[in-house]
Design a protein around this ligand. Structure first.
Ligand SMILES: [Zn+2]
Length: 185
């Protein structure tokens, strides 16, 4: 009797899991952003993925010009259809004077949550001659993981100099691509 009840329970759980999987939505978002450096004598800090890079000037932008957070925001928009850059972020910047892009990404993440999505992975690809990202990759990943409420191992960042084939590869600015994978009910 115990075993038949147990087996029936196992079968029910099995079919429940199949039902859940069938109704689970998995989406992939793609986003891009780039910014040009201010002049060498600019005092504007260079912020990328929430990390301050001291050996280069900041970016030409109304905000801090954080290309990583902006690219992730655009990747989120490609899933939700809700404009963050050119929408929510612009309002935060112009009306409330918020230039810290972490706020934009936090709001962008909220739009995902509002559509019942959770983030399962974020990939970031940077192209720039400078700054050097190597020593800061861990801190950058930690910052992204914290904002999007995911584990550190679910954030991957790669960087390339691009061999000087583009303006960013020549040191004029930084280009960033991002892919975000989300799961929803
Ligand atoms: Zn931007």
């Amino acid at each position: 009797m115990f075993f038949s009840t147990f087996n029936a329970g196992v079968v029910l759980v099995f079919f429940f899991l199949i039902y859940m999987r069938k109704n689970m939505r998995i989406k992939t978002g793609l986003g891009q952003d780039s910014h040009r450096f201010e002049s060498k004598d600019s005092s504007k800090p260079c912020i990328i993925a929430g990390v301050h890079f001291e050996d280069v000037p900041g970016f030409m932008a109304n905000s801090d010009g954080d290309v990583v957070y902006h690219a992730i925001c655009n990747a989120i928009t490609s899933i939700t259809g809700i404009l963050i850059l050119g929408g929510i972020a612009d309002e935060l910047c112009s009306k409330d004077g918020i230039t810290n892009s972490e706020f934009y990404l936090t709001e962008g993440y909220q739009t995902l949550k509002d559509q019942n999505f959770s983030v399962s992975h974020v990939a970031v690809s940077l192209e720039a001659k400078k700054p050097s990202f190597k020593k800061h990759l861990l801190e950058m990943r930690k910052n992204i993981a914290k904002v999007l409420e995911i584990k550190l191992e679910d954030v991957g960042i790669t960087a390339t100099s691009g061999e000087g084939l583009t303006d960013c590869g020549c040191g004029d600015g930084v280009n960033c691509l991002s892919i975000i994978t989300v799961m929803g009910e």
